[in-house]
Every structure is written in structure tokens, then in C-alpha cells.
Write a protein that binds this ligand. Structure first.
Ligand SMILES: *Cc1c(COP(=O)(O)O)cnc(C)c1O
Length: 357
């Protein structure tokens, strides 16, 4: 499918943020966006890259009422030699359609997903920040836009991609996150939508997040929805626990997101001399292991921060401080190696990098 490039009038071009330390996360957007429509009886059509602008949508659109939507998140990095690299974008293309299948969205051909993103990023390459730790965050989204109040799959969709230059997550060294294990609210249940990157999952997590903030915690760690006993994941991160050089994470049982960073950690860690294991983690056993000093580090994995060390860890009023408030060796090495591959400082032995022409 050819993508039409709609001219960008110079008066619509935005001023780029010069001070890259002020970027933050997801606050600024580039000049253009990609949009492709899907219509019943016709399929994907009208692919275009046009000036970034608000949508005009009917208030009855299905996405507003019944949340028929999905999204993705990946990053583009500008290397020192000027090349622009994406990190495992095929994984995002595949996961986008797996998420979409769960909420009855039409699959976006992987070729269209990847080529669309590459063309858009290529046109917007001047927007990619270059300071250490910065990148261009890419947000593909698919929404139901048929204006009708009946609960049913839509007959009209927008697939669109917007780009946001983002700052260094850790401007001055790691900021360990403090985590509260949630023992009342649940995020997902077997057979539910936990495995899909769909908006409703995040709306239903807000309340627990706010209550955790009030208690002084940054993030909620979800337990399984059936027994509230097994570790699942954090809001937008998968969780890992290091027992010395042995790294453990929860298995993909259908109620947690299959993170690209999670998969990368599982593949990378053995090449750094660590062993990895996917197994059910009973929170009571985990607390006992933390108390006994067997759990030496904990960290989260996700595209936004790549690797996030855990500081305070609280379950049912028992507060533990992991790694004595410092950043552990496993956490630091995984962060350095993954970001090294993403930014071209280290050799990509895995074929994970895909360059934008
Ligand atoms: C996006 C996301 C992750 C992390 O996935 P990555 O592909 O590593 O960015 C983990 N959990 C949830 C719930 C997410 O939405």
C-alpha cells in the first residue's frame, strides 16, 4: 500500500525543544502523524502521513464508550554515526495484532505497520533528540470510530502513529522505584484482557495506583486475579527478581503483557553469565526469600525506562529495602548492555536492531 505524504505547510511546523533535559515523557509531539483507515467491505485504505492535528470525531464513536482500542510503544534512537535505529519493531507489530485480536480489531499487516513507522520516523528524523538517554517514542494506536451506541465491533477504524521526543529516564543516575504489592484490586484474570495492550486495562489500574501514591509508593505490583498470591507485573513493566546470579520472572500465563524488554532480558542475561527461569512466584515465598537475604535485586523491564531498579518493596505492611537502597550489579549490567545495543555503543549480536532508511 502506498502512503500519501500530505504537504506540511511551513506555518504548521512546530518549534523543537532545544533543551533536551526538559523533554520529560510524552509531552511533546512531532509535526506529522501516520493515519490509515479500515472500512468494512473495503479493508485498509487511505494511508497518509499528514500534519499532526486533533481528530474531529463523532461523540458517539465506539472507542469513547466501549474502549475498543489498542496501542503499542517502541523507540527510535539516533546513533552517533547519524543512522536511526528501531529496537525489535517486528515484536511490536506482532503483539499489536495479538492485542487487537482479543478486542476484535482488524489485523494491521505487519509490513504496513513497519513501513508506515519507518516512513514517518524518516520524515521526522530531525525530531530525534541526541543527548544521552533520549529517544523518539513511537505510539501506534488503533481505535473504533463508527458512531453508534450498540455494543459491537466497529465498521470503521483509524490506525494512527504519533511520535514524541522523550528525555532521559535517568538524568542523574538510576531512580529506584518503590513498589507496593496490591492485595485487594486486581488487574487481570485468566481469560480476561491482561495480555492485550488495550486501554481498559490501564483505566482500571488508576485507582490502585492513586491509593499507592498516597502511601508513598510509585507503582503497584499486581498479583494474580484468582488467588491474589502469585506475582504478575507492574503497570507497564514486567518484574524480575535476582537470587545472586539467578534471575526469576513470572511465566506468560495469559494475564500479563508479553514485554519486548522482558524477552530481551531473558535472551541477553545468559550471555552475561546469569541463569534465567520463568516460574510462578508465590508472594509469601518471595517475602521469606527477601527476609532471608536470598533475593539480592529486583527490577522492572519496559520500553520507557528499559530497566528500573526497585528500592522499597511492601506487601501487607511489611516493608523491605532491596539491595540496601543501591543499584545491584545484575540490574546495572542489563541496563548498560541493553541500552548499549539500542544506541549502537555495543555490538548487536542478536539482530535486534532495524535501521530506518
Ligand atoms: C507495555 C507493557 C509492558 C512492557 O512491555 P515492553 O514491550 O517491554 O515495553 C509490561 N506490562 C504492561 C502492562 C505493559 O503495558
Amino acid at each position: 500500500m502506498d502512503i500519501e505524504i500530505v504537504p506540511l505547510p511551513s506555518e504548521k511546523m512546530k518549534t523543537k525543544i532545544v533543551d533536551q533535559s526538559q523533554l520529560g515523557f510524552g509531552k511533546y509531539f512531532t509535526d506529522r502523524m501516520l493515519i490509515v483507515e479500515w472500512k468494512a467491505g473495503q479493508g485498509w485504505c487511505d494511508a497518509r502521513i499528514e500534519p499532526y492535528a486533533p481528530f474531529i470525531l463523532d461523540p458517539a464513536c465506539l472507542v469513547f464508550h466501549y474502549a475498543q482500542e489498542i496501542f503499542e510503544g517502541l523507540k527510535a534512537y539516533k546513533w552517533e554515526d547519524g543512522r536511526v535505529a528501531l529496537f525489535r519493531p517486528e515484536m511490536n507489530a506482532r503483539r499489536f495484532n495479538q492485542s487487537g485480536d482479543r478486542v476484535c480489531l482488524p489485523p494491521v499487516p505487519e509490513e504496513l505497520f513497519l513501513k508506515g513507522i519507518e516512513q514517518l520516523v524518516s520524515l521526522e528524523r530531525e525530531w530525534i533528540p541526541t543527548a544521552a538517554g533520549t529517544s523518539l517514542y513511537i505510539r501506534p494506536t488503533l481505535i473504533a470510530v463508527e458512531p453508534v451506541l450498540g455494543v459491537k465491533p466497529s465498521d470503521h477504524y483509524y490506525f494512527y502513529v504519533i511520535l514524541s521526543p522523550v528525555g532521559a529516564y535517568y538524568a542523574a543516575g538510576f531512580n529506584p522505584v518503590n513498589i507496593l504489592v496490591e492485595d485487594y484490586y486486581v488487574r487481570a484474570v485468566p481469560g480476561g484482557t491482561g495480555e492485550a495492550k488495550t486501554g481498559g486495562n490501564y483505566a482500571s489500574s488508576l485507582k490502585a495506583g492513586l491509593e499507592a501514591k498516597k502511601k508513598g509508593y510509585d507503582q503497584v505490583l499486581w498479583l494474580d486475579g484468582r488467588e491474589r498470591r502469585y506475582i504478575e507485573e507492574v503497570g507497564a513493566m514486567n518484574m524480575f527478581f535476582a537470587y545472586g546470579r539467578h534471575i526469576v520472572t513470572a511465566p506468560l500465563t495469559g494475564s500479563i503483557l508479553s514485554g519486548v524488554t522482558r524477552d530481551s532480558v531473558l535472551k541477553l542475561a545468559p550471555t552475561l553469565g546469569y541463569t534465567v527461569e520463568e516460574r510462578q512466584i508465590d508472594v509469601n515465598d518471595l517475602m521469606a526469600d527477601i527476609r532471608a537475604g536470598k533475593v539480592t535485586e529486583a527490577f522492572g523491564s519496559g520500553t520507557a525506562a528499559v530497566i528500573t531498579p526497585v528500592g522499597k518493596f511492601c506487601y501487607k505492611d511489611e516493608v523491605q529495602q532491596l539491595t540496601g537502597g543501591n543499584v545491584g550489579e545484575v540490574t546495572q549490567r542489563l541496563y548498560d548492555t541493553l541500552t548499549g545495543i539500542q544506541t549502537g555503543r555495543l555490538k548487536d549480536e542478536f539482530g535486534w536492531v532495524r535501521f530506518v532508511e
